[in-house]
Design a binder for this molecule. Structure first.
Ligand SMILES: NC(=O)c1ccc[n+]([C@@H]2O[C@H](COP(=O)([O-])OP(=O)(O)OC[C@H]3O[C@@H](n4cnc5c(N)ncnc54)[C@H](O)[C@@H]3O)[C@@H](O)[C@H]2O)c1
Length: 405
């Protein structure tokens, strides 16, 4: 049955019957008035604004401009932990400080801007979550729960990004099916499976229109990665251009599912605009584009930089995480239900990464630093600042200043 929110949902659940009388409910349901209410709600929903949480991260830095381009500047509200947005292209839209661990901050922004859709990106990624499992639980699950509660109250639709991390060593690793065993062994994975289930629960129990993707490791030339196990596949391009050499923290034959960011952004937007009746699964759809090992990526990089070399200094924590993840996804369900299809394979992604990064290297130095703010040397400081802020948010909660948990 298609999900409806607000009046239509309350009509269907019988909640309005008590207030209006069963006779009125029956009249509405048996006439075109019901269909009118549903259409009106869909139209009103489409007019409402879009909130992106965790908007300054790797995905948000590209999702926000893409949403702006599609829906218009004034309809997109970017938010993150920082009190003021950094200068730069990703945040030429309204920006708000929103700590997702603080429900009142989400509520206030949703109410003030008449938010109809929330892309909930705020989270701690796999390697960071393993360092701070308690903080990761509070941010990834506490934050999601807060977002879902506000969504329920204000009839918002919610996008939740799950991950290859939602699987574990007992999951089939090759062409991992849409529905299969999910017993992750990392805190990140635990929060992703729990998040998928929580979104399903809010959809079936309260009619919240939640939708999600299981994203592979993402490769981008815009923003630095936020401390995930697949970060090597971004760093390697920067180091290849600078030093023609890269020391990889995963072993040479560690095969993982990967996707180029433009494909991932398109998938998120396409999933959120598709008619709900087409979705057999809500949380979350497998989406796939390419699957490679560090040595295969190095080989492809040598097509562009023949003298490039790679060696390996394996980080046991990240290697263990990678070894528990799928090598490749089966994304048949996404293809069948809402027409998903990736545009970038390894060859196309590598060529585009080098073209984009070389273009940036040609830019004047100040411009380069501004645009790459957070990359390379600066990346550590900005990433550390983020992680510190996340830790501070969680410790505020632990001290009882948060309103929740
Ligand atoms: N990047 C990937 O390869 C990848 C793959 C699969 C899934 N995902 C998921 O996509 C989402 C976004 O990933 P990303 O790569 O952009 O991560 P990121 O680490 O680059 O960005 C996350 C953002 O969330 C913010 N944040 C952290 N705690 C917060 C809080 N309490 N309140 C508000 N903001 C907070 C951070 O400041 C940061 O800007 C995450 O849920 C992640 O698990 C990412």
């Amino acid at each position: 049955m298609p999900l409806k929110c607000g009046v239509a949902q309350r009509l269907e659940s019988g909640e309005l019957a008590a207030e209006t009388g069963h006779w009125l409910l029956e009249i509405v349901k048996r006439t075109d008035a019901y269909r009118f209410v549903v259409l009106l709600e869909r139209w009103i929903g489409e007019m409402r604004r879009i909130l992106v949480t965790g908007a300054l991260g790797q995905i948000g830095s590209e999702l926000v401009p893409a949403l702006r381009q599609r829906f218009g500047d004034d309809r997109i509200i970017a938010s993150d932990l920082g009190m003021v947005p950094p200068q730069g292209p990703p945040v030429r839209v309204p920006y708000e400080h929103v700590d997702c661990a603080q429900p009142h901050q989400i509520l206030e922004v949703v109410r003030r801007y008449n938010i109809g859709t929330i892309y909930h990106l705020a989270a701690l990624l796999s390697a960071v979550a393993e360092e701070k499992p308690q903080v990761a639980w509070n941010v990834n699950i506490g934050g999601l729960n807060n977002v879902l509660q506000v969504a329920r109250q204000y009839g918002c639709r919610v996008f939740f990004p799950s991950s290859i991390g939602a699987f574990g060593p007992s999951t089939p690793r090759d062409r991992t099916p849409q529905v299969t065993i999910q017993r992750p062994t990392t805190m990140y994975g635990v929060t992703k499976v729990s998040g998928e289930l929580l979104c399903d629960y809010y959809a079936s129990r309260f009619g919240v229109d939640t939708r999600g993707l299981r994203l592979p490791g993402l490769i981008s030339h815009v923003a630095p990665p936020g401390g995930g196990t697949t970060d090597y596949a971004v760093d390697i391009f920067h180091q290849a251009l600078r030093y023609k050499h890269y020391t990889c923290f995963l072993g040479p034959s560690t095969r993982l599912d990967m996707m180029y960011m433009p494909d991932a952004i398109r998938a998120m937007i396409e999933l959120m605009v598709v008619d709900a009746t087409r979705l057999r699964h809500r949380n979350a759809y497998n989406v796939a584009a390419m699957s490679f090992t560090p040595s295969e990526l190095a080989e492809r990089i040598r097509w562009h930089i023949p003298e490039f070399t790679i060696d390996y200094c394996v980080d046991p924590v990240r290697q263990a995480i990678a070894d528990s993840w799928p090598c490749s996804f089966d994304d048949t369900a996404a293809r069948e239900d809402w027409g998903w299809s990736a545009r970038f394979d390894l060859q196309a992604m590598t060529a585009d990464m080098f073209a984009q990064l070389r273009e940036k290297l040609k830019a004047p130095k100040g411009e380069l630093i501004r645009r790459w703010r957070g990359c390379d040397a600066d990346a550590k400081t900005e990433r550390d600042t983020r992680v510190e802020a996340q830790g501070a948010g969680a410790s505020r909660q632990a001290q009882g200043h948060g309103q929740h948990h």
